[in-house]
Design a protein around this ligand. Structure first.
Ligand SMILES: *Cc1c(COP(=O)(O)O)cnc(C)c1O
Length: 394
């Protein structure tokens, strides 16, 4: 179907941070399948592990014990604030699970008949009906109304907006079951969370017994320079959702919960493919390689290098660029409001320089390369972006 407006580009192979089109032209990939190909393309450890898994067993369903799923869950629990995991196949699905959990929490723990989940403006939580209802951006709702009931929004990083909303909803007793929020807003424009704001939200949630759910689908699994985005904020959630980077390019999603939030019982929720041996082997390989190769250290160093380069591009192109922002290897370049160019124009110009970038909203160019990107590749990325900007400036 005509669901996507695609670039006229057909990619047929890849290695590390580089992909090739049908004509054999090479592109530097700072999209990584939208922050998904954590270890780059065709990584050796991934190839080995997945080849082995393909030859052994791919799918059996959650009717049975699945050792690969248990191992991945164990790793995630051992390396985060969470105590247990539910596996699914995408970010939207992980958020659907969290939304159901939040409603159950509202009914069971706070005695609310019609629980409300608070979400932020400019958020992005996925495209399924409840996830898109949680996504507070009208352009994603248009044409698909009515939205799912039970979401109210506040302004991201604006504490008085959050407190006013919470107070107004709870004047006659409990009505809010959860807050669903991204530690850094990805699609909404690479907008990092403010630690003071998040600390305050955490305080309100703990005080009232409201679940704090972090959507870490984009920022989680090392992209921020920490394993989890919440570590950037110094605030631990009760629930977090993962997908994109977890599978290193393969379909997997997860909801991780602390034990106090572990409310699902047999029959409450399920997924046919969720947590299958192949997807979990992919996830396990990604997280083990992150540790083994000290990829977080690379993310921090290369993230700083990228940021310095972007800051100097902003100085050199003050008519086009306004600021760079983000964490680690999730960086956004914001185009000036009064510049008539949009992010799409910069992305197209970069494509001509054989650099792949992706917009995050109308005015932000997002840079999300594989987390294993090397120093000279970041240098090359900056050179290509500079050339692109030179050519659209005239
Ligand atoms: C991409 C994204 C989603 C949706 O993930 P899908 O796998 O496309 O369903 C949800 N939340 C955030 C923060 C995302 O970046």
């Amino acid at each position: 179907m005509g669901t996507y407006s695609r670039y006229p580009l057909t990619l047929v192979r890849g290695r590390g941070c580089w992909v090739r089109d049908q004509q054999g032209r090479r592109y530097l990939d700072a999209v990584a399948g939208i922050a998904a190909c954590t270890l780059g393309h065709s990584d050796r450890a991934m190839r080995r592990a997945l080849k082995d898994q393909l030859q052994r067993l791919q799918h059996v369903s959650n009717l049975y014990q699945i050792p690969e799923q248990e191992q991945l869950a164990r790793w995630l629990v051992d390396n985060s604030c969470a105590d247990s995991a539910f596996f699914c196949n995408s970010g939207a699905e992980a958020n659907e699970a969290a939304i159901k959990l939040a409603r159950k929490h509202g009914h069971q723990r706070r005695g609310i008949e019609r629980p409300i989940i608070l979400t932020a403006n400019a958020s992005f939580h996925g495209r399924t009906l409840a996830a898109v209802s949680a996504t507070n951006q009208p352009r994603y709702h248009k044409g698909f109304e009515p939205m799912v009931d039970g979401f109210k929004s506040f302004i991201y990083n604006d504490l008085s907006s959050f407190e006013n909303l919470l107070r107004s909803l709870e004047v006659h007793g409990p009505r809010v079951s959860a807050v669903l929020i991204e530690p850094l807003q990805g699609e909404g424009g690479v907008n990092p969370g403010d630690p003071a704001f998040f600390h305050a939200i955490r305080h309100h949630c703990s005080e009232k017994g409201i679940l704090l759910i972090f959507d870490e689908v984009q920022v989680g699994v090392g992209r921020s320079g920490f394993l989890w985005g919440y570590e950037q904020l110094g605030v631990a959630p009760d629930v977090m959702t993962l997908a994109k980077g977890l599978g290193g390019g393969h379909a997997i999603g997860a909801m991780l919960v602390q034990k106090e939030a572990d409310l699902f019982e047999p029959g409450d929720h399920a997924s046919t493919f969720g947590g299958n041996p192949f997807a979990c082997r992919a996830g396990l390989t990604v997280v083990q390689e992150l540790k083994r190769r000290d990829v977080l250290c690379n993310v921090r160093k290369r993230g700083e290098q990228l940021r310095r380069g972007l800051d100097s591009l902003i100085e050199r192109f003050p008519n086009i660029l306004w600021q760079a922002r983000g964490w680690g290897l999730l960086q956004g370049v914001v185009i000036r409001d009064d510049c008539n160019l949009g992010a799409a124009a910069v992305v197209n110009a970069a494509l001509n320089q054989r650099l792949l970038l992706v917009p995050a909203g109308a005015k932000v160019v997002r840079i999300v390369p594989p987390l294993v990107i090397r120093r000279r590749e970041v240098t090359e990325l900056l050179i290509r972006l500079e050339r692109a900007l030179q050519l659209i400036q005239v």
